[in-house]
Design a binder for this molecule. Structure first.
Ligand SMILES: [Zn+2]
Length: 217
């Protein structure tokens, strides 16, 4: 299989993770992958039911969101994904959801504080809030990139909207979206019970370095 065919299959399969973890409702949410070595990306089509997503329904666009291959119109968030790929060469995948707990933090415009080792591991500190931005131009993409540049976090909570996550590939971006919702829920519960304790910066740095470099197989 060509790289493009593999990426279409991978991106289609990863959309099933969004429904499996209850991160999306109806047709909201989207995942994309950069095509290595090309100024192209594979992304979900706009407004198609999750049950109808397969390798053949995925669309290919250039990094300005112009359709290159596919019968359907690309996701309405394509411009934001494309902006991220143009400005963050290290990013190979982007995911966007309105997962309820993470989006509740976004609605309040409040960063998720680094109060759990899991947040230090995966996000390297507080999970930041990005600006409120309207769909239709580069505003969302610019807000994502400007916020993530100042942070080790692969997730940004766009104010009044919801999370965008990035990764070295699409799977890593989806993993960050799943982990984000998990910690957003737990820290929300902790807030109901009192004031969670913020982890020391030195400990956060050690946890992050270990998890990013040593953890796993
Ligand atoms: Zn959205």
């Amino acid at each position: 299989m060509s790289t493009l065919a593999e990426l279409r299959a991978t991106v289609a399969t990863l959309h099933a993770e969004l429904t499996r973890y209850n991160l999306v409702s109806w047709t909201a949410g989207n995942v994309s992958a950069r095509v290595p070595g090309e100024d192209l990306m594979v992304i979900k089509p706009s407004g198609v039911s999750y049950d109808d997503l397969g390798p053949d329904t995925m669309v290919v666009t250039d990094l300005h969101g112009e359709l290159v291959e596919g019968a359907l119109a690309p996701s309405s968030d394509t411009a934001a994904h494309a902006y991220v790929y143009r400005h963050m060469p290290e990013v190979g995948g982007v995911a966007h959801t309105h997962s309820p707990y993470a989006t509740a933090w976004a609605a309040r415009g409040e960063p998720i504080p680094c109060v759990l080792t899991m947040i230090a591991d995966e996000f390297g500190g507080d999970i930041p809030v990005g600006p409120f931005a309207l769909i239709g131009d580069d505003s969302i993409g610019r807000g994502i990139v400007e916020t993530l540049r100042d942070s080790r976090s692969p997730a940004v909570l766009m104010a009044g909207h919801g999370p965008f996550t990035v990764g070295k590939d699409a799977r890593a971006a989806v993993k960050a979206a799943v982990m984000l919702e998990d910690v957003a829920r737990t820290v929300h519960f902790a807030h109901q019970l009192g004031t969670p304790h913020v982890i020391d910066k030195a400990h956060v740095d050690r946890l992050y370095a270990r998890y990013q470099n040593v953890y796993g197989q």
